[in-house]
Design a binder for this molecule. Structure first.
Ligand code: ADE
Ligand code: ZN
Length: 350
């Protein structure tokens, strides 16, 4: 019988969580009432007129992209549920509450430092000014540090299924808030959207002093080439981290490059087991860890993944990879090592 208490209590660093992916059914319902926006989800815009129905939808998320099921009334894709939640976010207060809701959960799990992602284009394309988004986040960030002892820096992700021009425009529009933003990432639908499309953006962000990362989702088309681009080319000489990148374990040369260049990896087991058999997932995490690659465990979109937050992801990784308590400590050390807090502050994080 494993000792959960050790994992519960250990100080944590979380490096892969989309702030929009932390929108719980309860918050979504509240925002809907307050902003007078009816809740509708999916291609058929199924209307949800009670909190219970919202909770039901969250349990019916199946595939990642496109039609998840022949019966669209029963199942929704992750992207439908996730981007549907964006529509509710309108005011600075909404962004504050979204972020604060996450920071409160983080504090309960003893997360001491985190680097949440946000998808600026998912807000700007609905006409929400960048100042509204960032001021709301900023207020929550300051309060979380002062009241909850949870420190944070933001990573701005660009939507790879929008154009490189849009990414650049939004990047420039967010520059007045650069003090809050430590890194630039790439997320959303990976199919036929390699990191190389965003070469110019990454070069500019590197030159401007940002850290760089990119999603390479599990078992995506051209995944090995995407991983290679991230480790060798993004930003000129390669990114600082890779998000997911689980298929690196298929190729010894990719493992070698990641190790040699000391690139950190953020992996989110509860996200993978929704679409992959367990044997596809945990032996890979074990392999990365045993190779001495700096892997850290995180939650991705906890509200949309059956309410599995970073603690649940760590417990699952421990159980399925047979991580000892000592190895759990090493996972947290990895996170500190690959995080983008100022080097001279890292000793105080855990
Ligand atoms: N945006 C939010 N979560 C994501 C994921 N798991 N993959 C790609 N884009 C995302
Ligand atoms: Zn992610």
């Amino acid at each position: 019988e494993a000792n959960d208490q050790f994992v519960v209590e250990i100080p944590k660093v979380e490096l892969h969580v989309h702030i929009e992916g932390t929108m719980t059914p309860e918050l979504r319902w509240q925002l809907s009432l307050r902003n007078g926006i009816p809740l509708a989800v999916g291609p058929q815009k199924t209307v949800l007129d009670s909190l219970e129905k919202v909770r039901q939808i969250y349990k019916q998320i199946r595939g990642r992209i496109g039609a998840a099921s022949a019966d669209q009334k029963l199942h929704f894709t992750f992207f439908e549920a996730y981007y549907g939640g964006f529509d509710l976010l309108q005011t600075e207060q909404d962004y504050y509450e979204l972020a604060m809701n996450y920071f409160e959960r983080a504090a309960q799990m003893n997360v001491r430092y985190c680097e949440p992602f946000f998808d600026i284009q998912g807000h700007s394309r609905r006409g929400i000014p960048v100042t509204v988004v960032m001021n709301g986040f900023k207020k929550a960030q300051i309060e979380a540090e002062e009241r909850l002892n949870v420190k944070s820096q933001w990573i701005m992700c660009m939507l790879r299924d929008m154009s490189p021009e849009s990414a650049m425009e939004n990047y420039i529009a967010a520059l007045p808030f650069r003090d809050m933003i430590v890194g630039i990432g790439l997320d959303s639908d990976e199919k036929d959207h390699p990191p190389s499309l965003f070469k110019e953006l990454f070069l500019r962000a590197r030159a401007d002093g940002f850290k760089l990362t990119s999603h390479c989702d599990f078992h995506q088309k051209d995944t090995h080439d995407h991983i290679r681009q991230v480790v060798e080319e993004v930003g000129g000489k390669g990114a600082d981290r890779i998000d997911h990148g689980m298929n690196a374990t298929d190729r010894s040369e990719l493992m070698g490059l990641i190790k040699e260049r000391d690139i950190g990896m953020t992996v989110c087991p509860c996200a993978y087991i929704r679409h992959q058999p367990v044997v596809e997932v945990f032996p890979r995490i074990r392999k990365l860890f045993d190779a001495g690659i700096k892997v850290t465990i995180a939650s991705d979109d906890p509200a949309y993944m059956e309410d599995n937050w970073v603690l649940h992801n760590l417990l699952m990784a421990r159980d399925k990879c047979s991580f000892t308590d000592k190895e759990i400590v090493q996972l947290q050390r990895n996170a500190v090592s690959i995080c983008w807090a100022p080097e001279n502050s890292k000793q105080t994080l855990l």
